[in-house]
Write a new protein. Structure first.
Length: 567
């Protein structure tokens, strides 16, 4: 974790991208315009790393009174789907950002991009090549050896124009020809060694259908789409740093009216997580997870379903800052941001995950009374609720110990504890099954301790939660852990596969969990703190007949404790 980034943001210091923009504004560069964009490829669901980029690009526009476009760089129809387009828009909105009327697609510009390519051909800066993909790799050279020129590199402008138009009209097979930039086969940047600008691909596009059989490459369409939209700052992650010379070459040689500046920042690497779209797709398609929105996935859809809040993600993005060098961020910080937000917002309820029955022998049969409970001690405006209390209740099995260990202050034979919001309870006996397992705990209660306080001033050390058996909602609870057991799942020895680091215990399903009836009035996505257990949310799999809860995060905060000690 790069603690310097956190400290800079917490003390109000700027990140280096903001410094660049401020300097440009001082000199009135770009006529004082700040225009950014978030340009995803619609070939998968967005993940937490994209959330950092979304927060950065929309945040820069907001801070400097600029604009931020949402643009889909949809140049590879074989991997793109409308499902991904829809999910991306939902994710950006959920994070709290609005592109207003500035929703664009690279496919909006296909005709303009074709014209830009024709201009390059006319300038002698592009040519049609017949080399296969394997031959191009062979001709490209290495970091130590220069590449070789294609035998088709010196075709005339007229021949190239004719061939390119025939490519468009469908006269060649897929892969038979490409349009390549004519740059420098000896460049130290391999990306500048006559990169492919267009390829033939007969694939139906999710927006343009079969209108085109040639498609621009990302490295051609992306910078020109930025230029067409008047983007001033093309903010991207570090893996595009080596592509910057090509980005600038395309914009300059195509004589675009606007010249965006590409600025790279460190991508988000999160512990116990993979961020590769290819790997996330593999996890989905090979059923290692239940889908893109599986709550164990780092996708925005997954963390939203798990119960994360958009405010916690924005807070996390702000705290990790914007760095120039890649680093690994501890997932405990993300969970800390979430706990801080949920602690202020989450409705408190009582739930018993591993139940054992308690019968209060001296409580009147058939009687039900209601005790008052605070909904959230952090926010008095959330009010109070009434909880049913009766003769038979459920408590956590771990809250009873027949032979208590030293320092154990919960329920045990002869010991008295406080049932939260209710009464003092004392264990008098237990019932066991034939195997010696405890089935029922018999207790007595003290009627003068209603509300959980004694009129005679006596005190107890233990307080436990409970749920009235007759009124309890029966639910399924899904307990989630990290999807990977290794801090860096991509740190692999030769021949190893990242999937070997999958956590076999990343999901535990618990049936017959008992929750106070208050939750009946809530819907999928609503979040709660189960007293003394953790934060949970109602899953979309819930129905009128069955409640399903996802554990969002436990109460234990390793990051918060570490931060407090450091302070």
């Amino acid at each position: 974790m790069n603690e310097n980034n956190i400290n800079e943001n917490e003390t109000g210091k700027s990140n280096f991208i903001k410094d660049i923009i401020r300097e440009d504004l001082k000199t009135n560069k770009n006529d004082g315009v700040v225009a950014t964009r978030f340009p995803p490829e619609p070939n998968g669901y967005l993940h937490i790393g994209h959330a950092k980029s979304i927060c950065l690009n929309f945040g820069l526009a907001a801070e400097f009174s600029g604009t931020c476009n949402l643009r889909f760089d949809d140049t590879n129809p074989s991997k793109e789907e409308t499902e991904y387009v829809d999910s991306i828009q939902e994710d950006v909105r959920w994070l709290g950002f609005d592109w207003e009327d500035r929703l664009f697609y690279a496919s909006d510009y296909y005709e303009q991009l074709f014209d830009f390519a024709v201009l390059l051909i006319k300038k002698g800066k592009a040519y049609v090549c017949d080399l296969t993909a394997d031959q191009m790799r062979e001709y490209r050279g290495t970091l130590k050896l220069p590449g070789k020129e294609s035998p088709f590199r010196n075709r005339s402008v007229e021949e190239n124009l004719d061939l390119f138009n025939k490519m468009r009209s469908g006269e060649f097979k897929d892969g038979e020809k490409t349009l390549r930039g004519k740059i420098d086969m000896s460049s130290g940047y391999i990306v500048m060694r006559d990169p492919v600008l267009y390829r033939i691909q007969r694939t139906t596009h999710h927006r343009t259908g079969d209108a085109w059989c040639i498609y621009p490459m990302y490295d051609f369409a992306h910078p020109l789409s930025d230029a067409i939209e008047g983007i001033t700052y093309s903010v991207c992650t570090l893996e595009f740093e080596n592509n910057r010379p090509l980005y600038d070459w395309v914009v300059n040689e195509a004589e675009a009216a606007h010249k965006p500046r590409q600025i790279e920042f460190a991508r988000l690497n999160l512990s116990y997580t993979v961020m590769s779209k290819r790997k996330l797709l593999e996890l989905v398609t090979k059923n290692y997870v239940s889908g893109w929105d599986d709550p164990r996935m780092p996708t925005i859809a997954g963390i939203r379903r798990r119960g994360y809040t958009p405010e916690s993600i924005r807070d996390f993005a702000e705290r990790i800052g914007v760095a120039k060098a890649d680093n690994m961020v501890d997932i405990a910080l993300l969970e800390h941001c979430l706990r801080e937000d949920l602690n202020k917002k989450a409705q408190r309820v009582m739930a018993v995950i591993d139940p054992v029955k308690v019968i209060i022998d001296n409580y009147p049969d058939g009687q039900v009374e209601y005790v008052e409970a605070v909904n959230n001690p952090e926010d008095e405006n959330m009010g109070k609720r009434e909880m049913p209390f009766s003769k038979e209740l459920w408590i956590e099995r771990s809250d009873f110990m027949e032979v208590p260990a030293k320092g154990y202050f919960r329920l045990s034979p002869g010991a008295e504890v406080r049932f939260k919001h209710a009464y003092y309870i004392k264990c008098v006996s237990v019932d066991k099954d034939s195997s010696g397992n405890i089935e029922t705990i018999h207790c007595t209660y003290d009627p003068v301790t209603r509300g959980g306080w004694s009129e005679d001033g006596r005190k107890v050390k233990g307080t436990i939660h409970w749920v009235s058996a007759a009124q309890a909602v029966t639910a399924e609870v899904r307990l989630y852990e990290h999807l990977f057991i290794k801090e860096n799942p991509d740190d692999l020895a030769e021949g190893e596969d990242y999937k070997a680091n999958l956590n076999e215990d990343s999901l535990k399903i618990v049936e017959n969990v008992f929750i106070e009836p208050f939750v009946k009035d809530f819907k999928a996505g609503d979040r709660f703190q189960f007293d003394r257990t953790g934060y949970f949310c109602i899953d979309k799999d819930s129905s009128e007949d069955k409640f399903v809860f996802n554990r969002t995060v436990s109460l234990k905060d390793s990051w918060g404790k570490t931060a407090n000690k450091s302070a």
